[in-house]
Design a protein around this ligand. Structure first.
Ligand code: ZN
Ligand code: ZN
Length: 140
């Protein structure tokens, strides 16, 4: 599977190959503030499976590594973890909608009261705590 995406204005683009290690939602304050939305939905790929083009602005944070934005439109296009082997791509940045289904939610205590939990997915009080890179039901 090869999927493409990018920012709103098109100056920053990515191509992701293969299957993501995992797909999740995060309700933490950093994700909320970064996107200006009430949660972040994302796919985590091996860093080597994603190619990026275009110039980005970067915000470094201790918990999220490096967050790359388009300096022209402000769109979040990808984040690279501090260890360097994971690339986080926001689901909304993919060109085709509805390609992924989250299998876990993080920081559920921050979930908006009007927003129900996703049925049948793992709920974490904080960050995901799974062993390994994948969630049950996904393949590496
Ligand atoms: Zn842009
Ligand atoms: Zn978060």
């Amino acid at each position: 599977m090869k999927l493409e995406g990018g920012c709103a204005c098109g100056a920053v683009r990515f191509v992701a190959e293969g299957t993501p290690w995992r797909v999740g939602l995060c309700h933490c304050m950093t994700c909320r503030k970064l996107g200006g939305s009430v949660f972040n939905a994302f796919a985590i790929y091996p860093r080597a499976a994603v190619r990026m083009t275009g110039t980005t602005a970067i915000w470094r944070s201790s918990e999220r590594g490096r967050q790359h934005f388009c300096p022209a439109c402000g769109g979040q296009v990808f984040a690279l973890d501090a260890g360097g082997d994971e690339a986080e791509l926001p689901l909304g940045a993919f060109d085709e909608p509805d390609r992924f289904r989250p299998t876990y939610e993080g920081f559920v205590g921050r979930r908006e009261s009007w927003l129900p939990p996703l049925p049948g997915v793992r709920q974490y009080a904080g960050n995901r705590e799974g062993p390994g890179r994948t969630e049950p039901g996904t393949t590496e």
